[in-house]
Design a binder for this molecule. Structure first.
Ligand code: HEC
Length: 100
């Protein structure tokens, strides 16, 4: 129960942080802050499709993944406020999730 409450508290913090600054965050830290709520920490998906190992994203080029992040297809929000370096770091991080 304690563990559950802690998880809920953490989730609330993550959700609150979603609207907050992602400045200075890259790779896994940025992914866990901005993407994991829909795509799961391990990339296995949830509200959004899986982006990790065995997913459709494996077939996508780096440019296509970066494009999805910036545009926000369908119901995915756009992350066009991220710098090019941040977007690149997310693509690199997603590739590491796909290799696991
Ligand atoms: C609010 C939920 C949500 C968040 C947050 C979110 N996504 Fe998505 N994402 C989605 C949904 C839903 C789709 C599928 C959109 C469609 O094609 O209709 C998607 C699609 C994608 C795709 C394309 C997958 C494919 O198979 O075509 C990638 C790559 C992706 N997201 C990466 C990210 C990254 C990286 C972040 C963080 C910067 C992120 N997403 C944040 C919901 C989300």
């Amino acid at each position: 129960m304690r563990r559950f409450r802690l998880t809920v508290a953490c989730l609330a913090v993550v959700l609150a942080a979603c609207g907050g600054s992602t400045e200075g965050l890259f790779g896994g830290e940025l992914y866990n802050r901005s993407c994991a709520s829909c795509h799961a920490r391990d990339g296995s998906g949830g509200a959004g499709p899986a982006v990790g190992v065995g997913s459709n994203s494996v077939q996508l080029s780096d440019e296509q993944i970066a494009g999805a992040i910036v545009v926000g297809p369908g119901t995915m929000p756009s992350f066009d406020r991220l710098s090019d370096e941040q977007v690149d770091s997310l693509v690199t991080y997603i590739r590491t999730l796909q290799a696991q």
